[in-house]
Design a protein around this ligand. Structure first.
Ligand code: SF4
Ligand code: SF4
Length: 155
């Protein structure tokens, strides 16, 4: 797991996390590492390790968790959450960390850009008349070119 520097530990971070949806059960983790063994991302990238992220969070290492790009590697596949013998909602916990990181301005540029696009046009990929012509040609119905409802929700 490597050396962990506890000098920057924030004891309130763990309490904050356990009060949020997805974080309620993290203290029940008994370090079996089934999550990491089940994780398809950990299998190809050793930087990403759900067990280690949970440990860092429990130790109160707020910056090390939220400022690191590795939390964004989770693909939300739920393989870990389905197998955790302690009922830790690991996937939901990763979503919680992503949401907190985003709120604190630590999201990767690509995620921020996607959010700006959704706020501005209601979609990541805008649909225009050219797309609809191609859809019609393929026998598919036209789609609305604006998503004002989404814009209103995020306003
Ligand atoms: S599978 Fe559950 S109990 Fe085991 S290390 Fe992961 S979070 Fe902890
Ligand atoms: S949900 Fe995320 S952490 Fe869990 S196994 Fe899938 S990629 Fe790994």
């Amino acid at each position: 797991m490597g050396t962990i520097d506890l000098s920057k530990s924030d004891p309130n971070f763990r309490d904050q996390l356990t009060r949020e949806p997805g974080g309620e059960q993290i203290s029940a983790c008994f370090v079996c590492r089934t999550c990491t063994a089940s994780c398809p991302i950990s299998a190809v990238n050793e930087k990403f390790n759900p067990f280690r992220i949970i440990r860092l969070a429990l130790y109160g290492l707020r910056d090390e968790v939220l400022k690191n790009d590795f939390i964004w590697l989770c693909s939300s596949c739920y393989a870990c959450q389905e197998r955790c013998p302690q009922g830790v909602s690991i996937t939901d916990f990763m979503t919680l960390l992503k949401n907190l990181a985003f709120k604190e301005g630590h999201a990767p540029v690509g995620i921020k850009t996607q959010m700006e696009l959704i706020k501005a046009q209601g979609r990541i990929y805008a649909i225009d008349e050219f797309d609809n012509k191609k859809r019609n040609k393929a026998g598919l119905p036209s789609l609305p070119t604006s998503c004002d409802v989404v814009k209103e929700l995020l306003a």
